[in-house]
Design a protein around this ligand. Structure first.
Ligand SMILES: *Cc1c(COP(=O)(O)O)cnc(C)c1O
Length: 218
């Protein structure tokens, strides 16, 4: 895998307003360094412990994004450095992130994960739950979190029309929330579907295998 070549190829396709998160989960530090040396600074991981270990070893100007499901009891292992948490889908988790961020005198940026896929194995809130969370006052005392956008994952399918519908739904949810809670980020799109996601309004794509190659899960 020519990581540098892959990165350049993908970046050449991204409009200026779209941020690339290089998803480095399961990949060695040497691969991340290769991407880093060709200019990439934002990396995404889906396991907190793995991300924390890589953070320790790698240059400190990397922005680390947690893109996986977050267990409350592990927030403390990333609160001192994580720059964006994509998969936030409940108030209790936000309260824990706020508490841990406060200990480090930080404000941690979060995205609300919205359930857009038809499969019900995916995490995430409904649009209505997100509206309620932002409007019912329950987060107004959380001074160490900032909800700056939404994140979603489309159904794993070859049916482009369905994926497009799901991405468009996320865009609509974003527009709705944005009317009373100004936000900037729509995190949607992965290796297989990021061009479509961008067409549907994505401002942040999370791309792994198209940069680093297929992952070998043990
Ligand atoms: C692994 C992962 C990605 C990247 O997937 P690729 O298909 O390798 O690009 C994006 N988003 C999330 C939430 C992931 O877990």
């Amino acid at each position: 895998m020519d990581i540098q070549h892959n990165l350049q190829h993908i970046k050449s396709q991204l409009p200026e307003h779209v941020t690339l998160v290089a998803v480095s989960k399961t990949k060695p530090v040497s691969d991340i360094l290769e991407a880093y040396n060709s200019g990439q600074r934002i990396f995404g991981e889906n396991k907190i412990q793995e991300m924390a270990e890589k953070y320790e070893e790698l240059p400190k100007d990397i922005e680390w994004h947690m893109i996986g499901h977050v267990q409350r009891n592990k927030v403390k292992y990333m609160a001192h450095f994580v720059s964006l948490i994509h998969g936030v889908d409940n108030l209790k988790l936000l309260q824990e992130i706020d508490k841990q961020a406060q200990k480090h005198n930080r404000i941690i940026k979060c995205l609300l994960q919205i359930k857009i896929a038809e499969e019900d194995s995916k995490f995430g809130m409904s649009t209505e739950e997100a509206v309620n969370l932002l409007q019912d006052g329950s987060i107004s005392n959380l001074k160490h979190i900032a909800i700056v956008g939404v994140m979603g994952m489309a159904t794993f399918t070859d049916d482009e029309a369905q994926i497009k519908k799901e991405f468009s739904n996320l865009k609509t949810t974003f527009e709705q929330l944005n009317t009373f809670h100004p936000m900037e980020i729509i995190s949607m799109g992965m290796s297989g579907d990021y061009p479509l996601a961008i067409e549907c309004g994505s401002t942040m794509v999370r791309v792994g295998s198209s940069i680093f190659g297929e992952r070998n899960y043990l």
